[in-house]
Design a protein. Structure first.
Length: 372
């Protein structure tokens, strides 16, 4: 709906004010590049497709899409949805291909751009292939969002938001609130409330609306997360399991809180893709910012404070692509999405995502009698 309402406006010619009186009329024309190849993840199997297809199809590009291997039904259903809506054949094409064939596709001269949402490893591989073939690429990769709680925060509100921000979709979200950075003066109150909130989560059938803690995507995902927790403990961190035991059937993971994570503990710089919270106790605003920036990631983030001006000032010092005051990272059609550092580059949504795969062409129209 957003792009149906705004695409025509985004595509309007943009006049330029040129000082040279002989330059004539100069403007920017936004024109589609052609074929965009998108590689998309499993954790929001329809929404991830919609947020790349919406702007690119509205911009006039056509798409080839490789969805995650574990959600083939979603890939087919989305393609059928567009076909049933009357989209011309070839405007959106789903493919089931190997990584090797994916590289062949990137190299094809008809493909003009590559968009990937996924892991750092996948992003590095795709960006390398795109660069080798001089193709524009955008990458939306992992994150380890800082959730900063300052000394003047509404502690109960902050703790409640932290429970949701860390555990929605079982924590399998790139903009999940993964690192809780809490001022010493409110730390104990915050943790009491946070533990109680996590303990109250209900694990169960993800199709049941009363379920508030879903399983992980696969047995492999649960095993990787368990290995990360064990490595964190081996390097000195303390781990606390919270809540009633989760079901043994399915790929559930017991909510876990990690504390005492030393600066040299590798876990400090890892993304935990599941219901594992990293918690840091800090002495003041300056240390909170330092810990927040001590990460290879820079996707989202939050600052909780009773003073919005202070929240903005702290936000401006956190090295990340998106940050919100008194709220976990927001994801809306009319808010741009993108990160820095190992979280990738480029943007999705609003006009920023719309423009990523357009040729923004300069057109100048000069009168034939203009002075040389």
């Amino acid at each position: 709906m957003y792009y149906a309402q705004h695409a025509a406006k985004f595509l309007e010619p943009q006049p330029l004010q040129v000082k040279d009186p002989n330059a004539g009329r100069v403007y920017l024309s936004r024109e589609p590049l052609g074929v965009v190849y998108a590689i998309e993840p499993w954790n929001f199997p329809y929404y991830q497709l919609a947020r790349v297809a919406g702007p690119q199809l509205a911009a006039g590009n056509t798409m080839i899409v490789k969805h995650a291997e574990n959600v083939p039904q979603a890939a087919l259903a989305f393609e059928k949805l567009l076909a049933d809506a009357g989209a011309p054949k070839g405007v959106y094409t789903n493919v089931f291909i190997s990584h090797e064939l994916s590289n062949t596709l990137i190299a094809d001269q008809r493909v003009r751009g590559v968009a990937l949402t996924g892991s750092e490893r996948a992003g590095a591989a795709v960006a390398t292939e795109a660069a080798k073939n001089l193709k524009k690429s955008t990458l939306e990769l992992g994150g380890a969002d800082a959730f900063i709680v300052l000394d003047d925060a509404d502690v109960d509100k902050a703790a409640d938001w932290a429970v949701l921000g860390r555990h929605w979709n079982a924590g399998q979200v790139c903009v999940s609130s993964k690192r809780l950075i809490v001022d010493d003066s409110v730390y104990d109150r915050f943790m009491d409330r946070y533990r109680a909130g996590v303990a109250a989560l209900k694990a169960g059938d993800p199709m049941d609306r009363s379920t508030t803690l879903a399983p992980l995507s696969s047995d492999g995902a649960a095993s990787r997360l368990q290995s990360q927790v064990e490595q964190a403990i081996a390097n000195g961190a303390k781990a606390e399991q919270v809540g009633d035991p989760v079901p043994t059937q399915g790929n559930f993971f017991q909510p876990t809180i990690l504390t005492d994570i030393a600066p040299d503990n590798p876990a400090r710089h890892e993304e935990f893709f599941g219901p594992v919270s990293q918690v840091y106790r800090v002495s003041g605003e300056e240390e909170a910012i330092k810990v927040a920036n001590d990460s290879p990631y820079g996707l989202g983030g939050s600052v909780f404070t009773s003073d919005p001006d202070r929240g903005e000032r702290v936000s401006q010092q956190v090295d990340t692509g998106m940050i919100f005051v008194n709220h976990p990272t927001g994801v809306k059609a009319d808010i741009p999405f993108g990160g820095v550092k190992n979280s990738g580059y480029g943007h999705e949504l609003i006009d920023l995502g719309f423009n990523e795969f357009l040729n923004i062409k300069v057109i100048g129209v000069t009168d034939i009698d203009a002075a040389f």
